[in-house]
Ligand binder design. Sequence first.
Ligand SMILES: [Zn+2]
Length: 400
Amino acid sequence: MRPPERWPLHPAPAETESLSSWLRRIATSYGLHSYELLEHGLGHRELSDPELDLDPPTHLLEELARRTGLDQHRVDAMTMAGWVPWLFDSLVPAPGAYETYVHQLSVLLPPNRRNIYAPRTWLPWLPGTGARRGCPDCLESIPTVLLFWQLPVMASCPVHGRRLETYEGRPADYILWTTPAHDQRALPESLSLMDRRTWQAITTGSVDLPRYPVHAGIWFRLLRTLLHELTTAQGRYGRQLDDVRRVWEHCGHPFRAGLFSWQPFETLNWTVQQQLLEAAAAAMELIEAGSLTALGTAAHLLRPEPNPPISDGTRPGRPTATADAQKRPTLDELWKQTVDSLDAAIAAAKADPVVAKQLFDFARYGCRSEESVRGVRETFAELQIPLDFLSHIDDQRPFA
Ligand SMILES: [Zn+2]
């Protein structure tokens, strides 16, 4: 006899519940283990929790959607693969992945002062081993493990306003909370706000920032960029060194989380990752309050709405301005337009030799020495604009 297509029992998944957690709860409702449900209910070999949550076979996800009547998109979103391209560009490590993800934006530091180091094989946010973290309040009410608890992208539960804690065991069977005393600090409001924004990105696809809402994909990259900038080599900070030190003092952790040598955020232990998340939250708070110098191209996203237009000298109270003058953009808006245009030009120049040449001509305008032209070329190299795009113009005027 053909087995029924739809399983009669299938508890609804919690918001952002991981596939392994949901499968376990379905299996429990039949008195089975999840490997037994995989084998007898789906004819599939056993998969470990990390295998289920990372990138399980597509046909398994399709079969699960069919058996439970759940929308395919919701089933896919229980796995990391379902978060490409919002959270990950890809789950296959590729050359240049770090630069593409982390250096696309800049917050604290101007693009030309980004760290030159980048890991060769790297995926954003994914830790090497399966992390066991959760909100004790959430787990007390229902034993579900959320996909995002496994990633060092949030440090607190936005629903209960408390830190995530580490545990051993398996929710629903047994659980032993193992958070060390030094990680049981009070939750700073800045971190709580940052995590609420991350949660908004996860659950709604966009984040309300002070200036305007941004797509979740921008938010995740903005956050990852800031985490990078806060651990970049000290020499790259230049005159901003004192500002960056102030961020670390503000959150009460040692400068650069006490790291002696640079390494990507993903490879750090959870205690250090939490310190970095706190520093990123503190930096955002200070930028938003206007008390931290942020020279990156995306820093304006964190600043509140610009002040009313700067006066052109006309005495207030005398409505002599024309309609055109009233619509005149503020300096802040003009600066944003400039930054956006430059970002777009740089992105286009990476792929188009004609745009690259135009940008190069613009950048070397006013260069009076071979050395300064060389500086422009170095900047192009740092921005990953192919220098061979410029080779055919080398024979032309050396500098304007
Ligand atoms: Zn909670």
